[in-house]
Each structure stands twice: as C-alpha cells, then as structure tokens.
Design a protein around this ligand. Structure first.
Ligand code: CUA
Length: 334
C-alpha cells in the first residue's frame, strides 16, 4: 500500500513537471486567428493527457527498477501473479472515456473552426508549382501577397493548377489541401496585425520548399489603402506591357522566374528576350517570339543549360493575345 501512495504522488509530480516543461517550451507560434483559439484549447488538453500518460508509464517503471531490484544474496524467483480483473476493467474503461471525451472536444473544436460568417470576404487562391496567387474578385486585383483585414472573416476559395498543394499559415493553425479539379475552402478570421507567411505543406515537387508567399494582416485602414493602391495599378494596366506583367503575376510565373537576374527555379527573364539560349544538348537558339511562345506552351521542347524543364507545367490555357502581352513585357526587361 505504501508503494502505491509513493508512486501515486510521484506520478502527479512528474505529470505536472512534464506539463509545465512542455508548456514553457513554446511549441506553438503566436496565436493570430479566432480559429486558433479552439485549436490551442484542444491542443492544451492533449498536452495535459500526454503529460499524465507519460508520468503513468515512466514513474512506475523507474520506481520498480530501483525499489524492487535484485539485492545481493537474493536468489529466489519473483512472486507469480496471474490476472487481475479489476485492473483490466479499469484500464479498459478509463481510456474509453478519455477517448470519447477527446472525440467530443475535437468535434466541438471543428465546429468552432467552421463557424460561418455570412459577411466573409471571398478571396481566390491559386496554388501552382511553385508559388501562390491571390485574386480579389470584388476589386479585380491579382497579387502575390495575401492582405487580410484584421477581425474580419475571409473565406479562401482555393484551386490548384497542377498538383496537390497545402495552404498553411502556422499562426492561423488551420491547414487545407489545394487539390486539382476542386475548389477547397479555408475560413479564417485573423485577430493579430502582423506579417506572416503561407507555406506549402504538401510535397509538390523539387522546389516545394520555395512555395512561400507573404500573408499580411492589416488594420482596416491599411487594408483599404492597399486595396485602393492595387485597384489603381490594375486600372492603369492598359498597355500590352502592363497587361503582360499582370499576367505573369496572375499565372504565378514570377514564383520561378526572377526579373532581376537572380536564379530561381527557372531562368531569370532579365535580358532574356533576343538573347542566345544555350541548351543542355549543346545546341542554342535566339529567344524570339516563336521561341518564347513555344517555351510557355511546351516547356519540354528545350532544356536550357542548368535548368530542368520538367519543373514547369505547360501553360496551354494562355491565348495568343495573352502570350503577345507577356512577350511585350519581357521585352522591357533589359
Ligand atoms: Cu506546393 Cu509544396
């Protein structure tokens, strides 16, 4: 009996110490959304359960090893114990209730996360190898930055151009796959003004790790200012060059092609138009309209030395006019 009391006290002490240690380790990034509250609540109770179960296994194990060790001169066998019905009922029923409790808490938390605000702002998200594009249909804005107003629910309508990606902002906690041929929804109410990052959380190819775009939670006045600025830029885009530039944002081209000469997944566009392209097989060609059109529609046609053409999906949906606009834009990058 005395052993049970000592072990019982040690289990409680160990559980508390484990919980305090895990809690102060700062495992979670800052909490920046209304949805994060119920997730963190659930997570906290899971850490409590984990700490207790860890102590429940660790303490009796170490206690037995130390207190009931074979001492000098002891040669007999240990006591033979066969079955204990009460113990078996206890360790079946208690975990059953624990699992049921967590099932209820999980369902409650899921319900909180999916709580719909009918006034939620709709933003379209496109995932493509290897960047994200955000479209504000209400304003005709396309951007590579996701700006969100604080304390206002948004619903992201997400599509993929190629393979499965996953939209994840750790500070918001919620994560959602982006699947080709489907529109998936991601509902979030940012509660903390700040700069975050969306990361792709699904291995989607060689440059999966580069699929990061800025997510900026603005005060309402800053959000309105950004919308006004972007609307003006979109409205001013009347020339082929300006339309072409917007198309390279909208189609995610600039996720892989820099305009300043730096090497990303694909060749930089700086000075590309009219230059001689060296191919991996030793041949070369001049980057004229025909070459660029073919490279957009059939990236596998040529392998530029130092790059893998299979990193780029074929952009067959672009019209001749759109490609002409993009080429007009490329010509300006000297
Ligand atoms: Cu997209 Cu990983």
């Amino acid at each position: 009996m005395q052993h049970f009391v000592i072990v019982g006290i040690l289990v409680i002490v160990m559980a508390v110490l484990t919980y305090v240690g895990l809690d102060s380790a700062g495992l979670m990034p800052v909490q920046a959304s209304a949805q994060a509250v119920s997730i963190d609540w659930l997570w906290n109770w899971q850490v409590v359960a984990m700490s207790f179960l860890f102590a429940l296994i660790f303490v009796p194990l170490v206690y037995s090893l130390v207190v009931f060790r074979r001492r000098k001169g002891e040669t007999g066998d240990g006591e033979h114990i066969e079955g204990n019905t009460n113990l078996e009922i206890t360790w079946t029923v208690l975990p059953l209730f624990l699992v049921l409790a967590f099932a209820y808490m999980g369902a409650y938390s899921l319900g909180e996360i999916n709580r719909v605000d009918p006034d939620a702002i709709e933003i379209k998200v496109r995932g493509q190898q290897f960047s994200w594009t955000f479209e504000y249909p209400e304003y005709g804005i396309v951007s590579t930055e996701l700006h969100l107003p604080v304390d206002q629910q948004v619903v992201l309508l997400m599509e993929s151009s190629d393979v499965i990606h996953s939209f994840w902002v750790p500070e918001f906690r919620v994560k959602q796959d982006v699947v080709p041929g489907r529109v998936t929804r991601y509902r979030i109410t940012p509660t903390l003004i700040g700069d975050y990052k969306v990361r792709c959380a699904e291995l989607c190819g060689m440059s999966h790790y580069k699929m990061e775009n800025p997510v900026i939670v603005d005060a309402q006045v800053d959000y309105d200012a950004w919308i006004a600025e972007q609307t003006a830029i979109a409205a001013a885009a009347q020339t082929p060059e300006a339309i072409g530039q917007l198309l390279t944002v909208k189609n995610g081209c600039i996720g892989c092609h820099s305009i300043d000469g730096s090497k990303l997944v694909g060749p930089s566009w700086l000075g590309t138009y009219g230059s001689v392209r060296e191919f991996a097989d030793g041949t070369s060609a001049v980057a004229d309209d025909a070459y660029i059109t073919q490279s957009i529609r059939e990236p596998l046609a040529h392998e530029v030395a130092g790059f893998s053409p299979s990193s780029m999906p074929p952009y067959t949906a672009l019209t001749d006019e759109e490609i002409a606009n993009i080429i007009a834009y490329l010509k300006t990058l000297k």
